[in-house]
Write a protein that binds this ligand. Structure first.
Ligand code: IPE
Ligand code: IPE
Ligand code: MG
Length: 256
């Protein structure tokens, strides 16, 4: 059965999930929330309007992911490379993250959503970092959906960080080099404890991974759409999950 969302009733009901198989919902879905700038440009608006509309689009997607019973939704909000953008755009994005945490945590918490962050959050402004820590703390015991927000995230930075931790453990004598396994590496990533990625969604038409979840996406299914992120709606998530359910995942083996 699909699980109902409580709160602001501005979105769809679970009846529209009818064609999906509740037993084969992906455990971990990730979205590269791309195309905010192009969405705004098409409307003759400044890029910042696209980012605002993108933050709004996320609300309905989190709700749908929870209703579908997806276990983890990882959303790419800001990459380690996005600092290359003009300072005003970066500042606006940071303010939007802060507003999102101020405005959404209560409803997320009351719906059993656990909020986690992946990325170098310690490099963010102290005020934002405090809100991130608070959001993680307040929702830590929730078990319905993990909303894992990737901020100041880079796949290579994440692997580099893990290698440093592992090297330090080996140097300190608490870990033997020959005991470094794929499992040990996974445990030292920001996503420690989360299942491997099943489905990676990228809106806005670009067919690339942009340094996202490089390790975790080893056997992920990819789903691309030309729709810009601010126009991404629950029906697009549902379509992606429906396509996922039609894929033959072999993991290097043979079809069962
Ligand atoms: C995604 O939208 C948001 C971030 C990368 C922070 P973009 O801002 O990249 O939008 P486009 O790709 O320029 O359209
Ligand atoms: C990826 O989008 C990062 C986020 C959506 C946060 P980018 O817009 O930064 O990716 P590129 O530069 O087109 O590869
Ligand atoms: Mg982009």
């Amino acid at each position: 059965m699909w699980k109902k969302w409580f709160g602001r009733s501005d979105q769809r009901s679970e009846s529209s999930y009818g064609d999906l198989d509740p037993a084969r919902v992906p455990r971990h879905v990730a979205i590269i929330m791309d195309g905010n700038g192009r969405w705004a440009q098409k409307r003759g608006l400044p890029r910042t309007f696209g980012h605002r509309a993108g933050a709004e689009a996320l609300r309905a997607i989190v709700r749908t992911a929870a209703e579908l019973g997806i276990g983890v939704l990882t959303t790419y909000a800001f990459s380690t490379e996005n600092w290359k953008r003009p300072a005003e755009e970066v500042d606006l994005l940071m303010n939007l993250f802060s507003d999102y945490l101020d405005n959404e945590i209560e409803e997320l918490n009351s719906n059993g959503i656990r909020v986690r962050f992946s990325g170098k959050t310690e490099e963010l402004a102290a005020g934002l970092k405090a809100k991130i820590d608070r959001a993680e703390g307040v929702t830590a015991a929730n078990e319905r959906l993990v909303l894992n927000i990737a901020v100041n995230y880079g796949g290579r930075a994440e692997i580099t960080h893990a290698v440093r931790l592992i090297a330090a453990a080996v140097a300190a004598g608490s870990l033997k080099a020959e005991d470094v396994s794929e499992e040990v590496i996974s445990r030292h990533l920001y996503t420690a404890g989360l299942p491997d990625l099943d489905l990676l969604i990228r809106p806005a038409g670009d067919l690339r991974i942009s340094n996202f979840l490089l390790w975790q996406a080893a056997y992920a299914e990819f789903w691309f759409t030309d729709i810009n992120w601010p126009d991404f709606r629950p029906e697009h998530l549902i379509a992606a999950v429906a396509d996922f359910q039609r894929r033959d995942r072999r993991f290097g083996g043979l079809t069962k």
